[in-house]
Design a protein around this ligand. Structure first.
Ligand code: GLN
Length: 235
């Protein structure tokens, strides 16, 4: 029996899971085990109630435009709960399509506007007959850490107020191919276009997410051994 227990909500996990974004959950469980922590997972999808107080961390994955459109119709039902979860500072990982839907809107490849949650201040435009596809490397300017992934998106995202990039693009396209930013950080919400999945290749981000969840849930615990966990790079 692990000492600590976390509950993870996999938002729309049955619809948004391109390029094995579910691997992020496996990576979280892998590192959590080394932190004397277990994680149970519940998919919260269309028509399911999302109770923010029931969960310690959440994943919102990537998807095709069609699935994003289906999800966007259900989002107003969960807006206030997701807003509370994120603004309370609980860790939230949003990848690609999920990242786009946290912002104001996403213009799909067919030019139609898909409304987002507007909880984060970014918006996403499309590009004509082109996608950003390939390996990508970025550097987080605060920690100096380099992150590696694979991007495949039509959307071009522009960050807004209160958001800082996950990293500066070293090679690849990133958010929009123009401003050298990739992803976004807002409180303990991490957004990225990285598939691969991001956490299997970048364990340092998994560690940050797990520590934030443990510190939130167990404010008086001595987490020094969890903080000392060494991540072996896998890229
Ligand atoms: N459909 C979105 C785009 O093409 C997101 C893709 C994804 O999640 N991989 O930009």
């Amino acid at each position: 029996m692990a000492k600590y227990h976390l509950h993870l909500a996999h938002l729309y996990g049955d619809l948004l899971n391109t390029y094995s974004d579910v691997g992020n959950i496996i990576a979280l469980q892998y590192y959590a085990k080394q932190m004397d922590t277990d994680i149970d997972v519940k998919v919260v999808s269309i028509d399911n109630n999302f109770n923010p107080d029931e969960f310690d961390l959440a994943l919102f994955g990537g998807g095709q435009d069609y699935e994003q459109l289906v999800v966007s119709k259900d989002l107003p039902n969960k807006h206030d709960a997701i807003d509370k979860f994120i603004n309370e500072g609980k860790p939230f990982l949003a990848i690609c399509g999920g990242y786009q839907l946290l912002g104001h809107y996403y213009i799909g490849a067919d030019g139609k506007k898909i409304p987002g949650l507007g909880i984060l201040d970014h918006y996403t435009l499309s590009q004509d007959n082109h996608r950003f596809i390939g390996n990508i490397t970025i550097k987080n300017e605060e920690s100096g850490q380099e992150y590696h992934g694979f991007e495949n998106h039509n959307g071009r995202t522009f960050l807004g107020k209160g958001e800082r990039p996950l990293g500066k693009v070293i090679s690849g396209n990133g958010n929009n191919g123009e401003d050298q930013t990739e992803g976004a950080i807002y409180k303990n919400t991490y957004c990225s276009y990285f598939h691969g999945p991001i956490l299997t290749r970048n364990g340092e981000i998994a560690k940050k997410i797990l520590l934030a969840a443990l510190e939130y849930k167990y404010p008086n615990a001595d987490l020094s051994s969890q903080k000392a966990l060494k991540i072996v790079p896998t890229f």
